[in-house]
Design a protein around this ligand. Structure first.
Ligand SMILES: C[S@@+](CC[C@H](N)C(=O)[O-])C[C@H]1O[C@@H](n2cnc3c(N)ncnc32)[C@H](O)[C@@H]1O
Length: 285
């Protein structure tokens, strides 16, 4: 827990910063527009028969999200000791690229992926290099990889994490944001029941328990070391009923672990072996 970085504004670090305030002001303005919200509501109820909610948002240009600002990203990178190079960034499951756009100017090349076609069109309009969701690794390795609010929305989160690890350039950083409490929901998946095909073992009581669980039982065992983490509200543009929505997002900056990955089960086994050894020694003496 020592790796926590405060990112909020104000003396208690719990207030929205300028970028979040701008997002909220824009959301309130759009929520107040009766013609816009009526059109969105009608279009959504018709389109929901044919395409996913994410694709509807992409087509209508609504439901934009906000994770962090340029300054907050800088703080996270500084805290993790990242000094560059700033050649390539890839944002996986980037949605409409709203958060990507806050940090794109820091890198020479910016890549993005998304499973939803209307979101890919939105990303291309922002001039990001849009890669195929199955073949993006071929354009790597990348200096910084963003995986923001994707692990609970993609069908194969374990496979995704392993791919992310193997696609990091030496000294690179992986930034993972994840909504807690963990509640996976897959729009387009193999099983067809909105449950993921792969189980991600996010356990622990409360937000802090799940954060510790992610570091120890999800990232650690596959060889990803947490260098810094924080919490931010994950903001989403609202509708006629509510100006904006927010969820609790935990943000982690990770690097590839050089030494043997931490394995909690193994260390428990090691303890069991040493207890057996003690018993053997006691019995034979
Ligand atoms: C909750 S949104 C997050 C968007 C953005 N990263 C953010 O944090 O605001 C999840 C996004 O992941 C996309 N997605 C789901 N599975 C994916 C996959 N296997 N590869 C790429 N994108 C995927 C969805 O279409 C959606 O746009």
């Amino acid at each position: 827990m020592k790796l926590w970085i405060p990112l909020g504004a104000g003396s208690r670090h719990d207030q929205p910063d300028k970028s979040a305030e701008e997002f909220l002001a824009r959301s309130m303005e759009r929520s107040d527009s009766l013609p816009l919200q009526t059109w969105h509501s009608l279009a959504r109820s018709t389109l929901s028969w044919f395409i996913s909610r994410t694709s509807i948002n992409g087509l209508l240009g609504r439901g934009s999200m906000h994770v962090f600002s340029t300054e907050q990203f800088h703080k996270l990178m500084d805290a993790s000791g990242f000094t560059g190079p700033w050649n390539s960034l890839i944002d996986l499951g980037a949605g409409d690229g709203a958060t990507t756009s806050h940090i794109a100017h820091l890198f020479n090349r910016v890549y993005a992926t998304d499973i939803s076609a209307p979101m890919r069109w939105a990303l291309a309009r922002r001039k990001f290099i849009v890669l195929d969701i199955e073949r993006w690794q071929k354009s790597g390795p990348f200096n910084v990889i963003l995986c923001l609010n994707l692990l609970d929305r993609c069908d194969r989160p374990n496979t995704m994490l392993r791919q992310l690890k193997s696609s990091l350039a030496p000294g690179g950083r992986l930034v993972v944001a994840i909504v807690l409490p963990f509640s996976p929901y897959v729009e387009v998946g193999e099983r067809g029941d909105h449950k993921p095909a792969e189980y991600l073992p996010v356990k622990g009581n409360g937000l802090d328990g799940q954060i510790a669980g992610l570091i120890d039982r999800v990232f650690g065992p596959i060889g990803l070391k947490c260098l810094a983490w924080s919490k931010l509200p994950y903001l989403c543009e609202g509708d006629l009923g509510q100006a904006y929505y927010f969820l609790d997002d935990a943000i982690f900056v990770l690097e590839v672990q050089e030494e043997e990955p931490y394995n909690p089960t193994q260390s428990i086994k090691e303890k069991e072996i040493s207890l057996e050894q003690v018993e053997t020694i006691e019995n034979t003496s």
